[in-house]
Design a protein around this ligand. Structure first.
Ligand code: ARG
Length: 301
């Protein structure tokens, strides 16, 4: 909206250079009182905008920047916590038909119950999970994330719910260790600690990234790659469930502690979750779920 020079100029209220919504004001502007309305006037460009528009833009701008993680109190008041996972990482989080299940799903249900909360589950691609915390799309993520320094810069981790690590899995029984990956093509899921650690093995021929771990596995079974690096328990289950597929378990390449994550700095929520998790570990309910999935207790010692 462009207007000619306004008749009444009241430059008492200066606006300093700024971007408001879509509008960028490179220099100072002022508020103009016209008989019909208040306008914001930018003398350099002659740009004039009705003030309510300006206010609406400024409000939208504030909303975009003031996104806050829900506090523990807010979550408790509502009685439900929004938890996000991937749903493609059996036996930790996966779909059995249309039902989301898995070790992490069950452990999360136990912990939430201890907190007196119901879970509203969201499932989404692995690479969107931690970013979604920042955008306040969910309160907590449980998707087998290893606690790494890099991730800890962006999110706050809870206490770990299991300990594991990356393992080599191949069709060729001679490919077992990191050393055996020399000159080989290796499949890993994008955004994972497997990728990070395989990258460190400089002698490999090529690393191929896949959006899901299931895709990385298919690359191996269809022999498009020589090896696949994934979680030790994922690997064990795949081998046990597909005895005729010719998959061979190799060695662990690295170990990691796996924990849930909340928005960076939401320590009260992280602490409450860790406390609830500790209670499931103390009362035998965690052990029962762990036994059911792995026939052993997978908690960190
Ligand atoms: N533990 C690995 C990591 O920390 C892989 C996690 C993969 N999780 C998943 N839901 N696909 O990155």
């Amino acid at each position: 909206m462009r207007h000619g020079l306004p008749s009444i100029i009241n430059c008492d209220n200066f606006v300093t250079p700024a971007t408001f919504g879509h509008y960028h004001f490179p220099g100072s502007g002022c508020v103009i009182r016209k008989p019909d309305f208040l306008y914001l006037y930018h003398p350099k460009t002659g740009f004039t905008m009705k003030l309510f528009q300006f206010v609406a833009s400024a409000v939208a701008l504030c909303a975009a920047f003031s996104v806050q993680a829900r506090s523990l109190d807010e979550i408790k008041k509502g009685g439900k916590i929004i938890v996000a996972t991937e749903g493609q990482f059996a036996p930790f989080n996966y779909f059995k038909g249309t039902t989301l299940t898995g070790f992490e799903v069950e452990v999360a249900e136990l912990a939430a119950k201890k907190m007196g909360l119901k879970i509203e589950w969201k499932t989404i691609g692995f690479d969107a999970l931690l970013t979604g915390l920042k955008q306040d799309r969910w309160d907590l993520v449980i998707a087998s994330h290893g606690v790494t320094e890099e991730r800890a810069k962006a999110v706050t981790f809870t206490a770990p719910h299991y300990c594991s690590g990356g393992m080599v899995i191949a069709m060729d029984p001679a490919i077992r260790s990191a050393k055996d990956l020399t000159g080989k093509t290796v499949a890993v899921q994008t955004g994972t600690s497997y990728l990070e650690n395989v990258q460190k093995i400089t002698t490999i021929k090529e690393m191929k990234n896949f959006p899901t771990d299931v895709d990385a596995r298919s690359a191996l079974t269809s022999r498009r790659v020589d090896a696949w690096v994934t979680d030790r328990f994922v690997a064990k289950e795949v081998v046990a469930k597909n005895p005729k597929a010719g998959l061979k378990l190799g060695e662990m390449v690295f170990i990691e502690r796996i924990a849930s994550a909340v928005a960076k700095g939401n320590q009260p929520l992280a602490d409450a979750w860790s406390k609830a998790l500790a209670e499931t570990m103390a009362d035998g309910s965690y052990a029962a779920v762990s036994k059911k999935y792995f026939d052993e207790d997978v908690r960190c010692n």
